[in-house]
Design a protein around this ligand. Structure first.
Ligand SMILES: Cc1cc2nc3c(=O)[nH]c(=O)nc-3n(C[C@H](O)[C@H](O)[C@H](O)COP(=O)(O)OP(=O)(O)OC[C@H]3O[C@@H](n4cnc5c(N)ncnc54)[C@H](O)[C@@H]3O)c2cc1C
Length: 378
């Protein structure tokens, strides 16, 4: 992009799964669409990198083509339990129920094929309303801006989101590294069977997930108090129980994001929409955010196409209705409070449930993590 003024029909800020899905949904419609991202791709993203088949279907991904030269780890089962207790093994026989990907590969693949102009390595620094248009960084004009900049999206901030304040977030730390030959032979985690371990206070869970020769280990909680200690304890436990027979590297990366039931950010405004983590759509029980990012991106594209060039808040609010139908109502008016403490008999009951194979299979994995009851977006 040059420093002279450029006008586009739709400017998407952020080239993660949410932003590239908006562009993918708008391709071939005669609109000039551009994606602006502060990062040069491929870029990394703190994430376990687990996607459900619904993501591949909604994006019409050709998985055999994707797998050429990239990690695509089929998942056929899970080990699930409470930390410090025996885990249940859940297996599926009818083909993969999920896949492991590396975000540096996955996000770049989606972005390069999305059909939009890519303005990478450029941050959104300023945006101002001028009549019915936005002027971005003094040189880009657009009637519609889509905020897809993740949890700290600058468009969300301009639309009134109070980033980092009065928001109850999931705080997570994760590491992904390529194992050496010695580490591979000392790793008991099977590549097609990610392992999930819930924290004793039920405020989060840790995972250990092998994708080919790569190992991804992390822990997320709806409470960032002493997160590093929880992570260190989890890693030590994995070593003590023989899941990894070596000390894990200490270079964990942290990130925060919103779960949909706590998010109070707007979805639409005059000339603007928010998608993915920018508005806070991750599933509450699993923290899975790629599918909601992709689906909200595709639904935003549908709203844009059906708006026939009228981008008033009233018109764009149809997107908010569609999102509520897909992901459930948001607690926009509810005060932000600490997560409910699961205590006493409820905690005992939850612990018992999490020790049973039936609950782990039908509720934890099928419903909370795989969302098998919710078909892919057609
Ligand atoms: C530790 C951890 C593990 C997770 N594991 C999983 C998992 O296994 N499966 C799953 O489904 N979800 C997982 N999630 C959630 C998932 O990573 C997010 O929900 C998902 O990345 C949201 O996608 P997005 O496109 O909305 O945002 P992002 O992927 O964050 O993309 C936002 C983009 O905006 C760009 N950007 C930001 N600011 C600006 C700016 N000022 N100007 C221009 N560009 C900007 C960024 O560079 C980035 O490329 C995990 C999250 C964490 C923290």
């Amino acid at each position: 992009m040059t420093s002279s003024r450029t006008d586009v029909d739709v400017l998407i800020v952020g080239g993660g799964p949410a932003g590239s899905s908006v562009a993918w949904g708008l391709r071939g419609q005669g609109l000039r669409v551009a994606v602006l991202d502060k990062a040069a791709f491929p870029r990394n993203k703190v994430c376990a990198g687990w996607i459900t088949p619904a993501v591949a279907r909604a994006l019409e991904l050709d998985l055999s083509e994707y797998a050429r030269g990239r990690i695509l780890q089929p998942i056929n089962g899970f080990l699930v339990g409470m930390m410090g207790a025996r885990a249940n093994e859940i297996r599926y026989d009818q083909g993969p129920v999920s896949y492991g990907i590396r975000r540096c590969e996955f996000d770049e693949y989606l972005l390069r094929r999305c059909g939009a102009e890519l303005w990478l390595g450029q941050s959104l620094a300023r945006m101002e309303r001028q009549g019915d248009r936005w002027l971005v960084n003094d040189v880009i004009g657009t009637r519609l801006i889509v905020g897809a900049g993740g949890h700290f999206c600058p468009v969300a901030r301009v639309l009134g989101a109070r980033l980092g304040q009065a928001e109850l977030v999931v705080a997570a730390q994760e590491i992904e590294f390529e194992m050496t030959a010695a580490q591979r032979s000392a790793c008991a985690v099977r590549a097609d069977t990610p392992e999930l371990y819930f924290c004793p206070d039920l405020k989060g869970y840790g995972w250990i997930f092998r994708k080919g020769d790569w190992l991804n280990v992390g822990l997320g909680r709806e409470d960032n108090h002493r997160l590093g200690d929880h992570v260190a304890q989890f890693c030590e436990e994995m070593r003590m129980h023989g899941r990894v027979g070596f000390h894990l590297p200490r270079r964990f990366h942290g990130h925060a994001y919103l779960l949909s039931h706590h998010a109070q950010r707007p979805l639409a405004a005059d000339g603007a929409l928010l998608v993915g983590d920018a508005t806070g759509l991750a599933y509450p029980q699993s923290g899975e955010g790629i599918r909601p990012a992709v689906e909200s991106g595709l639904l935003a594209a549908r709203t844009i196409l059906s708006s026939a060039g009228e981008f008033s808040e009233r018109r764009l609010n149809r997107y908010a209705d569609v999102i509520a139908r897909r992901f459930g109502p948001r607690t926009a008016d509810a005060p932000v409070s600490a997560p409910p403490v699961v205590s006493g008999w409820r905690q005992a009951l939850a612990r018992y449930a999490l020790s049973t194979r039936w609950f782990n299979r039908h509720v934890v994995i099928d419903r909370w993590f795989l969302h098998r009851h919710q078909p892919a977006l057609s």
